[in-house]
Design a protein around this ligand. Structure first.
Ligand code: PLP
Length: 397
């Protein structure tokens, strides 16, 4: 018999993954070119050539005992120093290697920080819609995820609702900008106001409320959108970063946490996160890819490919009669379902071999998510199918 808690987890297991598996089956049945799989955020732009060059050079030139060995649970000192240096150059921060802890992707980083911070019953607030895995990451440590709906016109946080949701049990606010699933990027003004709310509530309750910024999509922005660096607005900010999306390395499981000196109990958190990384069984982030990252910290992401997809899909869907906000970041569109039960809509879409993810996976029924990290041809070929699907609902007439 498996654990009760796991029974629930398995039941509620990721709809995104289920859709991905279904997509593979459909591809085998109908041919991959006839299936339009918008389900998974798996980058389809290859990693930049510098990644391969770095890996080759490391394997040829660096000491294999170093490259493949254990190191500090927080990661190699030189890698962490290289990351701190890059952040300082790009964002005017003043981090040093102790502020950086190498993690097994963003998922590993979030699990480490929740293990470090949460007592059973502690509350973590997040804005819905949100990346559905947050539910599991918080529940892993017996925390309680509190969902605060965003303004559905703009997908930006509703700060009055946030203020009302904070209690003395609030340990953290988990934000994700650029956002999965809406693609929204929080402007500076929103972040300033959000920081004010948190400051005020810390004073009211005499607690420390950590702002955890989950930002694997930081570099994937369009139309010149800026993504402010949150530690500069609120001192109790902890950043979780990952190279899964920006360098197209999701399978390599490499990312980091930034725990700034200014955060309350910073030294304690840094020490505890190091232990958490070890005792969760990660031990340390993958060593070869830590070393690769040290050589690629300033490699820029080519976002033009996703930008072209974004425009083509957005314009095509709007023309077909669907309604959605044009996103400024990440590689997702969050589209209003033409019927209240969006799962029904996803089922209808499957007739055209269109695979979409229901918004309820993101705590937001009535919408569907499309990941446009697919080939441009997939989008072009899918648009007539979307138009036919829209026709079933009397849209675009
Ligand atoms: N956070 C968000 C918002 C994501 O969309 C994802 C992956 O899709 C993750 C975290 C997990 O990223 P990683 O693969 O680096 O663990």
């Amino acid at each position: 018999m498996i654990a009760k808690k796991m029974e629930e987890m398995v039941k509620g297991s990721s709809a995104i993954r289920a859709m991905f598996e279904e997509g593979k089956k459909m591809a085998a049945q109908y041919g991959a070119e006839n299936v339009y799989d918008f389900s998974l955020g798996n980058p389809n732009v290859p990693a930049p050539p510098q990644v391969k060059e770095a890996a080759q050079e490391i394997l040829e030139r660096e000491d294999p005992l170093l490259v493949h060995g254990y190191m500090s649970n927080s990661g190699y000192e030189d890698v962490r120093a290289a990351i701190a240096g890059s952040l300082n150059r790009r964002f005017g921060t003043a981090f040093h290697e102790e502020n950086i802890l190498m993690t097994v992707g963003a998922a590993g980083g979030l699990n480490v920080i929740f293990k470090t911070l949460l007592n059973p019953g502690d509350e973590v607030i997040t804005f819905s819609p949100y990346f559905g895995e947050y539910r599991s990451y918080v529940s892993n440590f017996d925390g309680v995820l509190v969902e605060v709906p965003v303004d559905m016109e703009t997908f930006l946080p509703d700060l009055a609702r946030l203020a009302a949701a904070i209690t003395e049990k609030t340990k953290a606010l988990l934000v994700n900008t650029p956002n999965n699933p809406t693609g929204v990027v929080y402007p500076e003004e929103t972040i300033e106001k959000l920081a004010e709310v948190l400051e005020e509530k810390q004073r009211e309750f005499g607690t420390s409320i950590y702002l955890i910024s989950d930002e694997p999509y930081r570099e994937l922005v369009y139309d010149g959108a800026q993504v402010p660096y949150l530690t500069k607005y609120y001192k109790n900010t902890i950043v979780g970063y990952s190279y899964s999306k920006s360098l197209s390395l999701p399978g390599e499981r490499i990312g980091y946490l930034v725990i700034p000196d200014e955060a309350d109990d910073s030294a304690l958190i840094i020490g505890a996160a190091n232990v958490a990384n070890r005792i969760l069984g990660y031990v340390n982030a993958p060593s070869l890819f830590q070393r690769v990252i040290a050589r690629c910290v300033d490699v820029e992401t080519d976002v033009a490919y996703y930008d072209r997809n974004r425009s083509a899909l957005y314009e095509g869907l709007v023309k077909a009669g669907f309604s959605c906000v044009k996103p400024q970041g990440a590689f997702y569109l969050f589209v209003k379902s033409p019927v209240e039960n969006e799962k029904e809509f996803c089922e209808a879409a499957k007739k055209y071999h269109l695979l979409l993810v229901p918004g309820s996976s993101f705590g937001c029924p009535g919408f569907v998510r499309l990941a446009y990290c697919v080939s441009y041809e997939t989008i072009v070929n899918a648009l007539p199918k979307f138009a036919r699907l829209a026709g079933e609902y009397g849209l675009g007439a």
